[in-house]
Write a protein that binds this ligand. Sequence first.
Ligand code: FMN
Length: 520
Amino acid sequence: MSSAGPGAAGRSGPSPEQIRAAAEVAGDHRVSRPGAEPDLPPAGAEHGRAAARPTQEFWSALYQRRTTRKFDSSRPVPREVVLELLDAALIAPTSCNLQMWDFVVVDDPDQREQLGRLSLQVLSTPVSIFVAYGKEYSEEGHANVQSAAAALQNMSLAAHVLGMGSFWINQLGPRDQVGAILGLPPDREVVAGLAIGWPEVYPTKVPRRRPFEHVVHWNHFGGQPIPSSPLPADWTLALIRDYQQARVLNGNRYNKSRPWELVAALAAADSLVPPDESSKPGDDAPRWLDVLPVHGLFTGEMSKRHRSHRWAVLELSADVAAFAAKRCPSYVAAVPLVWEPEQSGGREPSRDAHLARAAASLPEGAYHIMTCLYRLESLPPADRPRLLATLKRMLAPDGRLLLRVTSARSFHRLASWMHARRGGPGGVEYVLAPDPNLGPYEAMAPADVERLLSEAGFVVSERRREDVLPAADEIAFRTRNMGAAKGALVRAAVGAARALASLPGMGAFARTRTWVLRRG
Ligand SMILES: Cc1cc2nc3c(=O)[nH]c(=O)nc-3n(C[C@H](O)[C@H](O)[C@H](O)COP(=O)(O)O)c2cc1C
């Protein structure tokens, strides 16, 4: 039966013979078939699939299954393959074996298009399977959702074994509207969808998992919990490091930055030094340090425009420093540096971590340019003076540090409130920071920044105030999920307020505050 395994099937999908062979193995143990009486699976593992297939196949399927997001949309998915997945779903466990679930397979282009208006993700594949569960059943401990999730996971594993790709879609848009399009009764909760198709590219890279010892506890929880609060004061530096390590290293969320954020970051960099995209840094070229860039998206773009500098990044862990440094083009050869804390958490550090650690001693007075974009406010308050003191030590005598901070005295507060009220994605990872998913984040009062800078002994050579109101593309982005009328209203209100924003004194309400600092 190994011929139906992922290796034999190849990533272009199984042949009809392979599908038939897989179906034969399922054969006697099938729970249901359209038009057939459901038959009970025989008791005992010796009758199950595990007996029919080499166990290795189970383990390789388990470890090789990957969320696929690039599909060959020209290849149809035959219904017989979909039936295989549904059989795998129906043998999943449910709370009290109630099986109050429904599976709606969407392969009709019109249905797809309607659902695609609520979530573009549905359009990625020709077929999606939506799993709904009775809302009023198995509510204790969300056992209804747990049961549906077991079916979804069974299907995604089965899809993998059949050479297909799948991804779990949670971001479906408003659930009641999805349910209405699918024709589900109101007492059915749409739990999630599984998009399936033939992969154009099957990911082989495993998104990193959080370290084993951070998440596994024997008999009693023995770790430091990652806080559920978006406020930096509720975190420690070590917890921020662990969180960012987990987020950054899984890589998924950091493949693009919002355009207006990138434009602002590049403009900030250009304001310090005119862009130079032609030269290569010599051994005595000035050094540029980007401070706590986390995902390094801005660092990568800034370093491409300022090639005549020797680049380095300073991060909380060697892994994240190496990740950010790799965003810079290879000719820049950015150096990853680590600011405390840097305990390995008991796990084996990666090769990148070793490389970064080798370069981890922080050079004093070495950096001519430093950029710290929206990171002071993401640190626990007690650590902010320590970061500033470290940066001051690392700054060259004639160097400049550009510090950008989101001001709490700005529309940022209103935007955060609206985001929460609108029921936008919740959770700590969705705090309304210039870059979401960085961990805790809280805009700062400009007066508090001034105080910290003066205590650190910096001399302010320039102050800038920008973004009294958000730019047009940011407004378009933030209103994209509002209803048409509400979105138009918000856009009109912001448009009308633009005249006010240019009045004298309004700079006090600018969202973005920039300080250009010298050592003094
Ligand atoms: C409950 C749940 C919801 C998910 N929702 C989405 C989603 O809406 N869109 C998406 O592209 N991936 C979604 N995923 C896929 C995860 O991003 C993916 O499983 C994770 O990054 C790990 O990658 P892997 O599946 O390749 O191991 C979801 C996964 C789970 C378990």
